[in-house]
Design a protein around this ligand. Structure first.
Ligand SMILES: [Zn+2]
Length: 505
């Protein structure tokens, strides 16, 4: 029966977490093999090109899952693999005239840079297929020995779907449906069209990676790779398996089938799948120059803007993407940093009442923030709801920030807001920067995207300062209007002028 970690004893203080399970199609209490400990395996990327915003959505979804579970006191063991042995890699490497493992090593490095650029933390283990061939061969051996796999005439080893009475339990597909596709994909080596390769015989070309096995030289099929690596790091049975919704069939269905038939134990308890990212009204194409690679987006906006865009949707929902939405995310993030700046620069110990309605609002919203935030996140990692709670706070703090005396008086009122910023930084990975560093990054990146430079703007601001000093008000005003039209906001103070980039309206 299903029991919560608390009911299993030894982890009484842990928050009950609820997770949607693709296997049961229900939201269930999270249950773990070892109370308080969670093993998570997420299918990583096949590394033959740069990471785009669709890939990053899956990485982001499970980054937040791991962050939140850790925040709630669970000991998380997080594994996300790199598929570095694959047909697409072999083909691309051949085109380039480099070795497949050199090509994948380059893209693994690029992937790590891109993901860290959007605040996605490295997993505890990031195994590569090429380092786990032994585990893969062992598992295939068990599958074959138990009568669930066979070596076909072409030298490939296949999993026999007919040998597994539970086949289809994740996707709901029936073997008869698979047979209906037989006319389309005729593969005479297979006993059933749904059978899939566990081991692919070496074709004899040096450009194709190959390893020895009891079934001859060859390389693993895609599905078996994840089963073997998950088992190596997390055991036969583990707690959460994640990936994009497109992986439910056939990849995850096949992982379950081969693992459970091979080991004789249940595979993953909970199956979590993130929804698709769709390009809304925009086609990704090289000729339009709008391929949405992470590194291109990071040239235009701080990485947290993309994070915020992802977080505003529930991980299971489809996520329509367009550049307007990224722009809105940047505007929202700018407001968040304005609020953070207010919250952390305020001193003094005025009571909420002394600052009127805005003071009462900010104090009240700050006080219940943590509880509301936890409730949203404990319920299937509902970041859409959590972001609503974050922006309730941001609005309240900014409203208080409009009061000129806030910085000198509101320190005590804003103490819960400061705690709230720490919480969202830890769990959601937003608002992690110093506000000034954020504003500076926006300046640099926005200007660069417009083909201008910080130096150019600062020269204009200096010219305006000189005009003011010479009491040439007409010239000073003219420059101010020009700067304003360029979305440059100049703030004058006795200490001199500072400026920031206005984002959106
Ligand atoms: Zn996988």
């Amino acid at each position: 029966m299903h029991t919560s970690p608390a009911a299993e004893g030894g982890a009484e203080n842990l928050a009950p977490i609820h997770v949607y399970n693709t296997l049961s199609r229900e939201i269930e209490p999270l249950r773990t093999q070892v109370p308080g400990h969670i093993g998570i395996y997420v299918c990583g990327m096949t590394v033959y090109d740069y990471c785009h915003i669709g890939h990053a959505r899956a990485m982001m979804a499970f980054d937040v899952v791991a962050r939140h579970l850790r925040h709630r006191g669970y000991k998380v063991r997080f594994v996300r693999n790199h598929t570095d042995v694959d047909d697409k890699i072999i083909t691309r490497a051949r085109e380039n005239g480099e070795s497949p493992l050199d090509l994948s090593a380059r893209f693994i490095q690029a992937l790590e840079e891109d993901l860290s650029g959007i605040g996605i933390r490295a997993p505890d283990f990031a195994p590569k297929v090429s380092d786990h061939i032994g585990d893969i061969v062992t598992l295939i051996g068990e599958i074959v020995a138990k009568g669930h796999g066979y070596r076909a005439d072409n030298g490939d080893v296949y999993f026999s779907v007919l040998s597994d009475p539970n086949y289809g339990k994740l996707s709901g597909k029936k073997l008869d449906d698979l047979r209906a596709g037989e006319r389309v994909a005729v593969d005479t080596a297979k006993r059933h069209p749904g059978d899939f390769a566990l081991w692919k015989a070496w074709g004899g070309e040096d450009t194709e990676p190959h390893w020895p096995s009891p079934w001859g030289e060859g390389r693993p099929g895609w599905h078996i790779e994840c089963s073997a690596m998950a088992r190596h790091y997390l055991g036969d049975t583990f707690d959460i398996h994640g990936g994009g919704i497109d992986l439910v069939f056939p990849h995850h269905e096949n992982e379950i089938a081969q693992s459970e038939c091979g080991t004789g134990h249940p595979y993953a308890t909970h199956w979590m799948h993130n929804g698709h990212l769709t390009l809304d009204n925009e086609k990704m194409s090289k000729s339009l120059g709008n391929i949405k690679r992470i590194r291109d987006i990071l040239r235009e906006v701080p990485g947290e803007a993309l994070r915020l865009l992802y977080l505003e949707s529930h991980y299971r929902s489809p996520l329509p993407y367009n550049s307007e939405r990224l722009g809105s995310a940047l505007v929202a993030l700018d407001r968040l940093y304005c609020a953070k700046e207010v919250a952390f620069s305020a001193t003094g110990d005025a009571e909420p009442k002394a600052m009127g309605e805005p003071g009462l609002d900010a104090a009240d919203i700050g006080r219940v923030f943590e509880q509301r935030f936890h409730a949203a996140m404990d319920n299937d990692f509902n970041t859409a709801e959590a972001m609503g709670i974050v922006f309730d706070l941001v609005r309240a703090v900014n409203r208080l920030g409009n009061d000129r005396s806030t910085r000198a008086k509101g320190g005590k009122i804003l103490a819960p807001a400061r705690a709230a910023f720490a919480l969202m930084a830890e769990v959601l990975g937003i608002g992690t920067m110093e506000p000034q560093a954020f504003f500076d990054e926006v300046k640099t990146k926005r200007l660069l995207a417009q083909g201008r430079s910080v130096e150019e703007i600062e020269a204009k601001i200096a010219a305006r300062g000189a005009a003011r000093a010479a009491k040439n008000w007409a010239e000073a005003d003219r420059l101010r209007v020009e700067l304003d039209a360029d979305n440059i906001v100049v703030m004058d103070s006795p200490a001199g002028s500072t400026w920031r980039m206005r984002v959106g309206e």
